[in-house]
Design a protein around this ligand. Structure first.
Ligand code: NDP
Length: 452
């Protein structure tokens, strides 16, 4: 049978663009559909603009620290949200252009329209109908908010990137990556921030020591973190918003941002009608090779709800291209994926948490270090850093490394290589530290932690 394309990709985010570029390089005729902007969540309204806002927000602390290092600031620095957003938008436009060029340079045909599936080989894109031998679903996810009264007054991270005015009083709801990162951004830029988390401790899924440590750090920086706390109702008032909590407490704010998770984008795509099975939460069910329950349809990235991280989607996209168009079947390895939370201070994490390691190995050796970073020695800053290593005593292999501290994201990347190589604690110890640095703690801890 003749098809218009060898591959039709739905969604031009990180996973979709990488899969189309690599597949095209293997000789496939490729098209891609995107209903919003080429680049996807990460580039347009996720990781990239978020990191720029994190940089912006950290200056306030740097200005404060500067005095102890001999600097005199002529006057109290002020911040223009408008300038920040304008400059950020310029950069996102530039990156969007680069993504268009990537598609052009790799002969990938772009359809700027929503695509839906008519059958296993036929896609309706805008007003056109096209056929393809293979279809790759890479449609990502979107924020979800609970349907409480007045939720229409809340924003998600999507809108936070485009607020016309900087809100002076902000409530952030949620305790995951996005909530923690945005609470830090608003706080650093000078807002009064209340973060509400419905359960006992933020960052569920992370190592318990890290969760506790970070919660204490962000509170020291001025975020009013309230656990077991959740809004029941939001009302608009003359002065802003009135938020009634489930326990009856009433808070006022200028903006309330929900970061209560994301949902895979599969609604209305026609997937189930043609036999592509979905999980309960709408995510596409896939094999380790990213194949769906329909042989010629694959899916990568957040839409599959495996690990919702950009570099994971990119790896899955490359593994897909090699499997299908280079005859080198391979599954992406989802073990020991390093990740970072761009909170202030940052969290870097790779491998198992202590709880997971105990579950898997029974006994584990723990090494912990809680210390004052050198930069704080001259300032009045109270920030502390924390490093934790988890070791399987039978093999001596380091199975988890968790860090809270500045540059934790940069540090954990290299530690990720060591864990991929199954490095032992003895090999960590044989590595010479870089002095003075936060990272040297990773190779200098000798005393096993003994609970009191
Ligand atoms: P997460 O799933 O990480 O966190 C959602 C948070 O909202 C949790 O604290 C959850 O609580 C809470 N929550 C869920 N439903 C409700 C509700 N109905 N009412 C109140 N609270 C609720 O989602 P995010 O939106 O933060 O991020 C989505 C994904 O994006 C992340 O998992 C991550 O993979 C990715 N990401 C990665 C980043 C990075 O690498 N730095 C940055 C940003 C996003 P509970 O714990 O009780 O379930």
């Amino acid at each position: 049978m003749e098809f218009d394309y060898d591959l039709f990709v739905i969604g031009a985010g990180s996973g979709g663009v990488r899969a189309s570029r690599i597949s095209s390089g293997f000789g496939a005729k490729v098209a891609i559909a995107e209903e919003f902007r080429v680049g996807g969540t990460c580039v347009i309204r996720g990781c990239v603009p978020k990191k720029l806002l994190v940089y912006a927000s950290h200056f306030s602390e740097d200005f404060e620290d500067a005095e102890a290092y001999g600097w005199t600031l002529p006057e109290k620095p002020t911040h223009s949200w408008e300038t920040l957003i304008r400059n950020k938008d310029k950069e996102i436009d530039r990156l969007n252009g680069i993504y268009h060029n990537i598609l052009d340079n790799n002969n990938v045909t772009l359809y700027q329209a929503r695509a839906t599936l008519l059958d296993a080989h036929t896609v309706k894109v805008g007003e056109e109908t096209v056929t393809a031998r293979y279809i790759l679903v890479a449609t990502g996810g979107a924020p979800v908010m609970p349907p409480i009264p007045g939720i229409e007054h809340a924003i998600s991270s999507n809108e936070a990137f485009h607020l016309k005015e900087f809100p002076k009083r902000v409530i952030v709801v949620g305790g995951g990556y996005i909530a923690v990162e945005f609470a830090g951004i608003f706080n650093g830029l000078g807002a009064e921030v209340i973060q509400l988390y419905r359960s006992e401790q933020i960052l569920r899924g992370f190592d318990d020591d890290i969760r506790k440590f970070l919660a204490a750090e962000i509170q020291k920086k001025g975020i009013d973190l309230r656990t077991y706390s959740n809004p029941a109702k939001i009302e608009k008032t003359d002065g802003g918003l009135k938020v009634t909590l489930e326990d009856g407490d009433i808070l006022e704010c200028d903006a309330i941002m929900y970061a209560t998770g994301r949902k895979p984008n599969t609604d209305g795509m026609g997937l189930e009608k043609i036999g592509v099975e979905l999980k309960k939460n709408g995510a596409v069910k896939v094999s380790p090779e990213s194949q769906t329950t329909v042989e010629n349809i694959y899916a990568v990235g957040d839409v599959t709800d495996r690990i919702a991280l950009t570099p994971v989607a990119i790896h899955e996209g490359m593994a897909f291209a090699e499997t299908v168009f280079a005859n080198r079947p391979r599954a992406m390895d989802h073990e020991n994926v390093p990740s970072a939370v761009f909170s202030q201070p940052q969290v870097g994490s790779v491998g198992l948490t202590e709880a997971e390691a105990r579950e898997k190995y029974g006994e584990v050796d723990i090494y912990k270090s809680d210390f004052r970073p050198m930069k704080q020695t001259l300032t009045n800053g109270t920030e502390r850093a924390f490093v934790k290593l988890i070791v399987d005593p039978k093999s001596d292999i380091v199975v988890g490394v968790h860090i809270v501290g500045s540059d934790a994201a940069e540090i954990i990347q290299s530690v990720g290589i060591a864990l991929k190589c199954k490095a032992t604690k003895a090999q960590f110890d044989a590595t010479v530290g870089v002095h003075p640095s936060l990272a040297e703690e990773i190779v200098t801890m000798r005393e096993k932690f003994k609970p009191a």
